[in-house]
Design a protein around this ligand. Structure first.
Ligand SMILES: *[C@@H]1O[C@H](CO)[C@@H](O)[C@H](O)[C@H]1NC(C)=O
Ligand SMILES: *[C@@H]1O[C@H](CO)[C@@H](O)[C@H](O)[C@H]1NC(C)=O
Ligand SMILES: *[C@@H]1O[C@H](CO)[C@@H](O)[C@H](O)[C@H]1NC(C)=O
Ligand SMILES: *[C@@H]1O[C@H](CO)[C@@H](O)[C@H](O)[C@H]1NC(C)=O
Length: 392
C-alpha cells in the first residue's frame, strides 16, 4: 500500500518533468474543481479524488453520508483534503409545474460554479481557472495545465469543444457539432510561435475527406471574450438564426475566473428561474451564459499544428473534451505499441490524444453501483498515468 502511494508520487513527479514544458504557467494552486452531485453518490466523489489531488474542490450536494451534521440549505462545511461542501437542497416540485431542469438537482448543479466563485474569489484564497463537470467527469490535470499555458486567464473564457447543437429547422441535435456558434481562442503572444506543446496530429492519421461542417462555418478566432455577437456574426450575415449551443456536462467546461467575474450572480439566478424543463443543468448554464452575452470558446482545432489539411477548420479529430476515441487510447495493450517505432496512423493519433485530451466522461450510469463508478474513475486515472509513462 505504502509502495503504491510512493510509486504514484514518483510517477507524478516524473510525469510533470516530462510533459509539462515551458508553457506551464499555471500551477495547481491556480485551479479549483467544482462538482455538483447528490446524496448517494459519495463513492463517485471519493473516486474523483484521483484526478483532483492538490486541487481545491467545491462540492455542491443536498446531503452526504460522510457529513452527518450537514443538512441545512446553504450550509457550508470544510472537509479534509481541501474539499468544501455546500448544501443546496433539491428543487421542490410544485404540482403542475415542471422543474427548471429535468431533475430536481439540476438547478443546484447549474448555480454551483457561481457559488464556488463567490466562495473562492476573495483576496485571501483566489483562483484563475475553474474545472466544472459532472461528478463522473475526469480532468487530466497535466494536459489541462499544458494546454491552458497558452491562454490568458484574464480573458473571460468558457472553454469546451464538445457542444450540442441543432440548427433551426434541421434534424435532432448532436455533439460535438461543427456548426455550433462559438469562437477559437488566440494564443498568448509569448507562446504563439513554435509548436503547441502537445505536438500536432500526424497528418496520416487524419483523412482528408471526412465531411464534417455542414454549413462550412468556421468559428472566428478572437483574443478577447467570445461574445454572442462575435460567435453569431457569420450566421447573421448569412441571414440565418443563431441559437445557443449547449455544453455537455459529462465533457465538462473550463471557466476562467474572469468569466465568472463578469457574469452577475443575481441576474444569472433570475435567468435560471425563468427557464423551465431544460434537458439538464448543462443546458441551463449554456442558455443563461448566452443570455448574459457569452458564447463558448473551442480550443480543440486551435491546438493543431500548422500546415495540416484541416488547419483552422472544425474536425472531430481535434476534440479534446471527452473525445470518443479516448477509451481506446487508454487501453493497456496499446501502451507498448505507442512507444514503438511502428506506431503510426491511428496509433500515432492515440498517442497524440493521450497527451492532448482534457476531460473524459466515465458515465456512472453504465456501472451497477456508485462504488463501481467511483472505482472506474480512479482506474481511468491510473491508466492515464501509466500510458503517459509508457508511451513517452
Ligand atoms: C438528495 O437528492 C437526491 C436526488 O435528487 C434525492 O434522491 C434525495 O432524496 C435527496 N436527499 C435529501 C436529504 O434531500
Ligand atoms: C485509487 O485506488 C487505489 C487502489 O485501488 C487506492 O489505493 C487509492 O487510494 C485510490 N485513490 C483515490 C484517490 O481514491
Ligand atoms: C439559500 O440561498 C438562496 C439563494 O441565495 C436563498 O434564496 C434561500 O432562501 C436560502 N435558503 C436559506 C434556508 O437560507
Ligand atoms: C475566503 O475564502 C476562504 C477559502 O475558501 C474561505 O474559507 C473564507 O471564508 C472566505 N472569506 C470570505 C470573507 O468570504
Amino acid at each position: 500500500m505504502a509502495n503504491v502511494v510512493l510509486l504514484c508520487i514518483v510517477l507524478k513527479l516524473f510525469l510533470q518533468d516530462v510533459w509539462v514544458t515551458e508553457a506551464d504557467l499555471y500551477p495547481e494552486s491556480d485551479f479549483i474543481a467544482v462538482i455538483p452531485t447528490c446524496e448517494g453518490r459519495e463513492e463517485i466523489i471519493s473516486g474523483s479524488r484521483a484526478w483532483r489531488q492538490g486541487i481545491r474542490t467545491f462540492i455542491a450536494t443536498n446531503a452526504s453520508r460522510h457529513l452527518p451534521s450537514f443538512k441545512k440549505d446553504n450550509q457550508t462545511v470544510e472537509s479534509k483534503d481541501g474539499e468544501t461542501y455546500r448544501c443546496i437542497l433539491d428543487e421542490k416540485y410544485t404540482s403542475g409545474v415542471r422543474f427548471h431542469g429535468a431533475r430536481p438537482g439540476d438547478l443546484r448543479s447549474a448555480i454551483s460554479p457561481f457559488l464556488a466563485h463567490a466562495h473562492y474569489s476573495n483576496k485571501s484564497e483566489t483562483y484563475k481557472w475553474m474545472l466544472y463537470g459532472d461528478d463522473d467527469t475526469v480532468f487530466f490535470i497535466p494536459n489541462v495545465i499544458s494546454f491552458l499555458g497558452r491562454l490568458n486567464h484574464m480573458v473571460p473564457y468558457a472553454l469546451t469543444d464538445n457542444l450540442w447543437y441543432r440548427r433551426r429547422g434541421s434534424n435532432s441535435p448532436y455533439h460535438p457539432h461543427p456548426d455550433a456558434p462559438r469562437c477559437y481562442p488566440c494564443a498568448l503572444p509569448e507562446h504563439s510561435s513554435g509548436q503547441p506543446n502537445q505536438g500536432s496530429i500526424p497528418a496520416e492519421a487524419v483523412s482528408n475527406s471526412d465531411p464534417y461542417s455542414i454549413l462550412g462555418y468556421t468559428p472566428p478566432t478572437v483574443c478577447e471574450a467570445c461574445t454572442v455577437d462575435v460567435a453569431c456574426k457569420a450566421y447573421r450575415e448569412a441571414n440565418m438564426d443563431c441559437d445557443a449551443p449547449r455544453a455537455h456536462g459529462g465533457a465538462g467546461i473550463i471557466f476562467s475566473k474572469a468569466l465568472l467575474d463578469f457574469v452577475d450572480l443575481n441576474e444569472f439566478q433570475r435567468c435560471l428561474e425563468r427557464v423551465w424543463g431544460a434537458s439538464g443543468s448543462d443546458t441551463l448554464i449554456s442558455l443563461c451564459l448566452w443570455e448574459a452575452g457569452y458564447a463558448f470558446t473551442d480550443p480543440g482545432v486551435w491546438i493543431q499544428g500548422p500546415g495540416h489539411p484541416h488547419e483552422g477548420r472544425p474536425h472531430p479529430h481535434y476534440i479534446i473534451f471527452d473525445n470518443r476515441r479516448q477509451s481506446t487510447a487508454l487501453r493497456a495493450d496499446h501502451f507498448q505499441m505507442m512507444k514503438s517505432k511502428t506506431c503510426s496512423g491511428s496509433c500515432a493519433y492515440d498517442k497524440w490524444l493521450l497527451k492532448s485530451m482534457v476531460s473524459m466522461h466515465v458515465a456512472a450510469r453504465a456501472h451497477p453501483t456508485s462504488a463501481a463508478a467511483g472505482h472506474a474513475l480512479n482506474k481511468t486515472l491510473s491508466s492515464y498515468y501509466r500510458a503517459m509513462q509508457l508511451a513517452s
